[in-house]
Design a protein around this ligand. Structure first.
Ligand SMILES: C[S@@+](CC[C@H](N)C(=O)[O-])C[C@H]1O[C@@H](n2cnc3c(N)ncnc32)[C@H](O)[C@@H]1O
Length: 242
């Protein structure tokens, strides 16, 4: 990977209006870095980034001082107002979905989030480059909170009351952090609204995981990856139809 260093005045940098990594200040000027060359600007330096750069980037921040949180520009931030709906990001099943989305989402994908709760997965998908995002939940309160969190995060997603069987479209990626009893009832509906890539989460223990594997076999779906944290499992599914 290459890193491009540029030097501009504060005002010029501000006018660029893009997130960059500030390296240092030199008087009135700012030296900053990007990982793609910037059109129309000549870098002051270009350098090869060391092999372990990615893991270093991953482990960087956040630094919290009172109300201020400092983060490098390559991180995506999701704001969630604490409320009644599930989905603050603390639960392992949510974290596993967030990890799986980063591996399975392709830029511009349409995404359906079934059981959206606070909207956390739908909002994260949008921030990570999804196109159309529809978030549904059977709880009216969750739909309201999903809408409010979307507004706080400045993203355009649709939050609607319902379940998979109420939807008449197909989505590139379907994310569902539910539970095995719901998958037993609704796996057919989830498959129907998907073009082939799904993330199914909310499985606790090997028993739930095996039960889900059985359901997937019936629908001829292939497991791409199993994610695990604290005995919670999520499954990334890909059936090769798209
Ligand atoms: C475990 S929470 C997941 C919340 C959030 N997506 C996350 O990952 O943190 C499950 C949510 O699914 C909703 N739910 C339960 N059964 C559902 C169903 N059959 N269809 C749609 N939503 C459902 C619940 O109201 C709840 O908000």
């Amino acid at each position: 990977m290459r890193r491009f260093l540029y030097k501009l005045s504060e005002e010029e940098l501000w006018n660029l209006g893009i997130p960059v990594e500030i390296v240092r200040r030199e008087g009135e000027e700012v030296v900053f870095a990007t990982y793609e060359p910037l059109e129309g600007l000549k870098p002051v330096k270009e350098e090869e980034v060391p092999e372990n750069w990615e893991s270093w980037r991953e482990g960087f921040g956040p630094i919290e001082v009172g109300k201020i949180v400092v983060l490098p520009p390559w991180k995506k931030v999701v704001f969630i107002k604490p409320g009644m709906a599930f989905g603050t990001g603390l639960h392992p099943s949510t974290k596993l979905c967030l990890r799986a989305i980063q591996e399975m989402l392709r830029k511009g994908d349409s995404v359906l989030d079934v059981g959206t709760g606070s909207g956390i997965l739908a909002i994260a998908s949008k921030l990570l480059g999804a196109g159309r995002v529809l978030a549904v939940d059977i709880s009216e309160e969750a739909v309201r909170e999903c809408g409010e969190n979307a507004r706080i995060n400045g993203v355009s997603i649709e939050c609607r009351r319902g379940r998979a069987r109420d939807i008449n479209e197909r989505f590139d990626l379907v994310v569902a952090n539910l539970e095995i009893s719901v998958f037993k009832e609704e796996i057919g509906d989830l498959v129907k609204v998907s073009k082939g890539r799904l993330i199914l989460s909310g499985l606790y223990g090997e028993g739930d995981l095996e039960a889900l594997k059985g359901l997937l076999r019936k629908h001829k779906l292939r497991i791409r990856r199993i994610y695990e944290e604290e005995n919670w499992f999520s499954v990334g599914v890909e059936d090769g139809r798209d």
